[in-house]
Write a protein that binds this ligand. Structure first.
Ligand code: COA
Ligand code: AMP
Length: 631
């Protein structure tokens, strides 16, 4: 099969293409309506199909004779623990925990927030929610109470599931006090919290609210899978937008299962029984799709790794895991490889392990810079595939189809559009641009299965944020170009979203926090290039008239505020006091221009600028502070 034939069919006859792919997953009732429109006029996939995602990923495989095959391998260098769960064990644990949830009144359509570290119980919790036809919303463990509270308030969960702690290298992070604080902050209160007690910390339980996971499991009765429609939501995953309020990306059950199952063979070349490892976290979309769901939908084994690429205990950690479990495909963020390269430039650790089972290394989550690409290829001798995607799509938009027809790669490009995605580069008026010209990357509607159909509880935000810029297209928020051969080059976000160590963050949200400091009159937070984390946020701060403060003290206070509100993962470590910020005559801060300066790019001074001298002044400060670099 050729890439060209597969891709052309997917965009010219999407209904036929996806009907065929849908036949590859075990529905209770096969969909007859392949593509339809909902009450909002949005394209939806498989509206009348009946299914259950947990059934498709677990029970079905047990029925097919995979019961004794490994489903989940847990490897935790931070606790010195390893364990394994077969498909049968996983199904039984999930059914039992679904029984616990059912006892708490969780029903189809109810929301359940999950705030957990990288332990198998996180997967059990997610699948148990799916088994009941309920909707999970997983919150990354690195988020502070305020972020958790915002998500609890928006998702309005009946139950929250958490653990007593997470472990960051050697630091024990107590989750329960953060959960308690979040519930305190949130206007919505869950009816119950189920807490998994880890040996490192015994969480203080609140009588009448908190339920002990282990004790509840001992008394539980297994619960059956509840059938849902293809368009019923499986989960809501919050992601950063341009404002302080995160967007709840709502994912359908049907399209998600079909697209992910297809991707496992087409993109990752995975067959049932093989081991897949996404070194991410269940709190991010990569974790949802490629730690939790896709490997099991495809009958593979997934690895749950509680550790880092370095320091747990060394830069050989990735290669050790690949060797120990015969990992065939490794998927991680470029940051992880930059961290390994920094500590083990000659890749001496790589040579210590037998990684012969490892066929391909996949990277995503942020731009894969050519030096990191070149180093990884040279040192491992493995093909490296850069693929581009976002929380909104749930799977890759561009990549290299390793299971269909691998194409030659080009450093800096995430290769070609994935079947199902009709990618166009548009100008400011929403008109397609010729090959080679840079513009806004858009996807012509309909989006393929798995992509969001709305923002949870806020269709208007979905419409204005994604569909309004160019009618008939979904705007990705990324800019870039396509070369003569159709290869796509992603050049970065066109909005106020940044990527720090593969974590998507909103500078707009950081600005709201920084601006709340009593000494601050105005501020701009922008992403600057960072050699390890890709990007790092910095604050440019204008003080209120008459305020006298030591810059170092102010910086410390601002850093502490962002850590408290968003969490340490924001990596907001620098705030610089400036006398003026470049603005338009109507008072809008020229953030895009600031980003261009930080990236060392050529820029034109807009005619609308209020005070042209402010620009050269800022450029000088940013140069002095070493903040200007070419990506
Ligand atoms: N819970 C609590 N805190 C967390 C956390 C979690 N799950 N994850 C990160 N943090 C904290 C860290 O402890 C650190 O805190 P500190 O400032 O007090 O030291 C801070 O957040 C920044 O963490 P991180 O970005 O992980 O930096 P690091 O210096 O500890 O590690 C890397 C650097 C490159 C090893 C690490 O960023 C990494 O593994 N990156 C890959 C990221 C990834 O897989 N992203 C998924 C996208 S697909
Ligand atoms: P997230 O929603 O957290 O997955 O972040 C999505 C954003 O990360 C995209 O919109 C891009 O800006 C960036 N991104 C993800 N993968 C890539 C990639 N392979 N190359 C460049 N940018 C990427």
């Amino acid at each position: 099969m050729s890439y060209h034939a597969e891709y052309t069919k997917s965009v010219e006859n999407p209904e036929i293409f996806w009907a065929e792919k849908a036949a590859d997953v075990p529905w209770y009732k096969q969909p007859q309506q392949i593509l339809s429109k909902d009450e909002n006029g949005i394209y939806r996939w498989f509206a009348d199909g009946e299914m259950n995602t947990a059934y498709m990923a677990l029970d079905y495989h047990v029925e097919q004779g995979r019961g004794e095959q490994l489903a989940v391998i847990y490897d935790s260098p931070v606790t010195d623990t390893r364990s394994k769960l077969t498909y049968r064990e996983m199904r039984d644990q999930v059914a039992l925990f679904a029984g616990v949830l059912k006892q708490q009144g969780v029903e189809k359509g109810d929301r359940v927030v999950i705030y957990m570290p990288m332990i198998p119980e996180a997967l059990i919790a997610m699948y148990a929610v799916a088994r009941l036809g309920a909707v999970h919303s997983v919150v990354f463990g690195g988020f502070a109470p305020h972020e958790l509270a915002v998500r609890i308030e928006d998702a309005e969960p009946k139950v929250v599931i958490s653990a007593s702690c997470g472990i960051e290298v050697k630091k024990v992070i107590e989750y329960k006090p953060m959960l308690d604080e979040a519930i305190e902050l949130s206007a919505h209160k869950p009816e119950a919290c189920i807490i998994f007690q880890r040996p490192q910390v015994q969480a203080r339980m609140i009588p009448g609210q908190d339920i002990d996971w282990q004790a509840a499991m001992e008394k539980a009765q297994p619960a059956d899978c509840v059938p849902v429609k293809g368009t019923d939501p499986l989960y809501v995953l919050y992601t950063s937008g341009t404002t302080g309020k995160p967007k709840g990306v709502q994912r359908d059950n049907g399209g998600h299962a079909v697209a992910l199952k297809y991707s496992m063979k087409a993109i990752y070349d995975m067959n049932p029984g093989e081991v897949f490892w996404a070194a991410s976290d269940v709190g991010w979309v990569v974790g949802h799709s490629y730690i939790v769901y896709a490997p099991l939908l495809a009958g593979c084994t997934t690895v749950v790794y509680e550790g880092k690429p370095v320091r747990t205990p060394d830069a050989g950690a990735f290669w050790r895991v690949c060797a120990d479990y015969g990992v065939k495909a490794l998927f991680a963020a470029p940051t992880a490889f930059r961290a390994i390269k920094k500590e083990d430039a000659e890749a001496l650790e790589f040579g210590k392990y037998d990684t012969s089972a490892l066929k391909t290394i996949f990277m995503a989550g942020e731009r894969l810079d050519p030096p990191t690409y070149d180093w990884t290829v040279a040192k491992t001798g493995k093909p490296v595939v850069d693929h581009w995607w976002q929380t909104e799509t749930g799977w890759a938009i561009c990549g290299n189809l390793m299971g269909i027809e691998p194409k030659p790669t080009k450093p800096g490009s995430s290769t070609l559009p994935i079947p199902g995605y009709n990618i166009q580069i548009l100008d400011a008026e929403g008109q397609p641009l010729p090959r080679g010209e840079q513009g806004s990357i858009a996807i012509k509607l309909p989006l393929p299965p798995s992509c969001l159909a709305t923002v949870w509880g806020d269709f208007e935000r979905f419409r204005t944020g994604y569909l309004a810029e160019a009618p008939g297209y979904y705007t990705t928020g990324d800019g870039g170009y396509m070369d003569d051969e159709g290869y796509v080059f992603i050049m970065g976000r066109t909005d106020d979203v940044i990527n720090v160590a593969g974590h998507r963050l909103s500078t707009g949200e950081m600005e709201e926090i920084v601006a709340a400091h009593p000494a601050v009159a105005e501020c701009a937070v922008i992403g600057v290039n960072d050699p390890l984390k890709g990007q790092a946020p910095i604050g440019l701060v204008l003080l209120k008239d008459g305020v006298e403060t030591e810059e170092e003290v102010l910086e410390k206070e601002l850093v502490a505020m962002v850590r408290k509100e968003i969490g340490p993962i924001a990596c907001f470590n620098r705030a610089i006091v400036v006398q003026r910020l470049p603005k338009t005559r109507s008072g809008k801060i020229l953030r895009k221009l600031l980003r261009q300066i930080a990236d060392g790019k050529e820029y034109t001074v807009p005619s609308t600028i209020d005070d042209p001298a402010s620009l050269s002044e800022i450029e000088e400060i940013m140069n002095e502070q070493g903040l200007v670099t070419k990506a």
